[in-house]
Design a protein around this ligand. Structure first.
Ligand SMILES: CC(C)(COP(=O)(O)OP(=O)(O)OC[C@H]1O[C@@H](n2cnc3c(N)ncnc32)[C@H](O)[C@@H]1OP(=O)(O)O)[C@@H](O)C(=O)NCCC(=O)NCCS
Length: 159
């Protein structure tokens, strides 16, 4: 497995696993192209195992309470979970943040996502006590656009 900044070829591979019209990888890549974020993908031969976005400026992303930078959209394909891919993506994102001179990174974990929270605690993230509620639209497995509201806890790690 290799973790790297996404290339157009990676985006094409990642998009194959998405519901039609979801455009998740394409939108992540566009943010990377605009310099707002770094889109990291875990790739093994012709498979994208997972990905994550390091948003360079959390304020620019409209999340003023979040510390900068902000890790978002960590996702590992179900078939490849529990093998350390998620932790490896987090480590790679932290390394990029460190290289860019940041001394802290933040993230927001859904209050109903104990698995991700456990991973972040194990990796040294500490809850700040702040919460964020966000409403966003997404395309479900059937290609239907839906709206969701999620509340999450802000967590921070000193690099
Ligand atoms: C949360 C998520 C990214 C974790 O990805 P993952 O690749 O399974 O993560 P890891 O394998 O690095 O770690 C997960 C667990 O597996 C364990 N693990 C890691 N490597 C392992 C291995 N080789 N063998 C057995 N277990 C292993 C870890 O101890 C960890 O357990 P813990 O966190 O309870 O201590 C994944 O479940 C996911 O995509 N979920 C849906 C999207 C989501 O919730 N994203 C987070 C948004 S905030």
């Amino acid at each position: 497995m290799n973790i790297r900044q996404a290339t157009p070829a990676d985006v094409e591979l990642a998009a194959r696993r998405e519901p039609p019209g979801a455009d998740i990888a394409t939108r992540h890549f566009a943010r990377q192209q605009r310099g707002e974020a770094v889109y990291l993908v875990a790739r093994d031969r012709e498979e994208i195992l997972g990905g994550e976005l390091l948003i360079i400026d959390g304020n620019a992303a409209g999340i003023p309470e979040a510390r900068l930078p902000l890790l978002r959209h960590l996702h590992v394909e179900p078939a490849y979970r529990n093998r350390g891919v998620g932790a490896a993506l987090m480590a790679a994102a932290e390394e990029v943040a460190r290289e860019r001179g940041f001394t802290r990174v933040s993230l927001i974990v859904g209050v109903d996502n104990p698995r991700a929270r456990q991973l972040y605690l194990r990796l040294g993230y500490v809850p700040t006590g702040e919460q964020q509620t966000q409403t966003y639209t997404y395309v479900d497995q059937d290609g239907v656009e839906r709206q969701a509201t999620e509340t999450g806890d802000v967590m921070v790690k000193a690099l």
